[in-house]
Design a binder for this molecule. Sequence first.
Ligand code: BV8
Ligand code: ZN
Length: 247
Amino acid sequence: MQTIQTQVISDELRDRFDRAQSVLVLTGAGISAESGVPTFRGGGNTAVWRGMPFDVISSATMVQRDLAAVWEWFDYRRNLLQNLRPNRAHDEIAHWQDRFPQFTLVTQNIDGLHQKAGSREVVELHGNIWRARCVNCNARVEILTDKPRPDICAACGDRLRPDVVLFGEMLPPGAFETAAEKAADCELCFVIGTSAIVYPAASLPEIARSAGGYVCEINPEATPLSNRCDEGLTGKAGEVLPLFSKS
Ligand code: BV8
Ligand code: ZN
């Protein structure tokens, strides 16, 4: 197995990392890959459920048309997730929150593994698979591993749906605005394990770079963002991130 040598991190990045006061990290499914969470676009094809590409089953239209099918998809993913643990990449990022005076963790992931690793105040742009929300009164309820998933809202009796942002739906109020504000204010922005295809999340690194932030992408594959970053570290997050704590 090819090991990543410390020198992969340029002296410039090492220096900026050691001096940074404000850091923003944006993560995608790739950071959870080493925990066993399937990604959406690994190897060039898109995840499919019952013959439907994920951005069809994970869409606002599908909630209108067939909420039960949407629940079946998220129930399957939740069952996959419940025995999975954060990996070294999640752990490293959890340490960073106490290392930098201003640190913001923004994720597209709904798996809750950052929080399981000890990250606090995670900006969840696309919601969380361990929560349900009422289609009528927006009441939220936690989904527990040892109890059957509730279907009906205890407050108003209407149906519950996954508390995730589906394609064609707005992000949670304030989530993107907060992330964009911190991106425009950071000295160092890490983009870890994302194919940078889904918007508005994929616009955050560009916001950071155009505000003067140094943008570093960590991914074993090239993405549409790769030639718009200051530095790219080609490798798995669980192998690359621990190199930063090795000085
Ligand atoms: C919206 C929750 C306003 C549900 C998700 C502008 C241009 C074009 C299109 C649009 C646009 N603006 C809006 C759109 C439409 C759409 C969109 O972006 N479409 C895409 C497909 C083009 N956006 C929306 O609909 C958004 N809403 O814009 O609202 C609005 C409202 C009404 C009408 C108009 C506008 C909402 C988008 C959110 C959808 N929900 N998730 C669920 O999980 O099912 S998106 C979901 O997919 C994820 O959250 C994530 O965002 C995305 C998957 O991407 P990644 O996480 O990056 O994962 P992927 O598998 O693709 O890549 C993994 C990467 O990791 C790879 O690069 C791989 O190489 C790397 N990797 C693998 N192993 C490792 C690794 N890296 C490091 N270490 C490893 N070990
Ligand atoms: Zn309700």
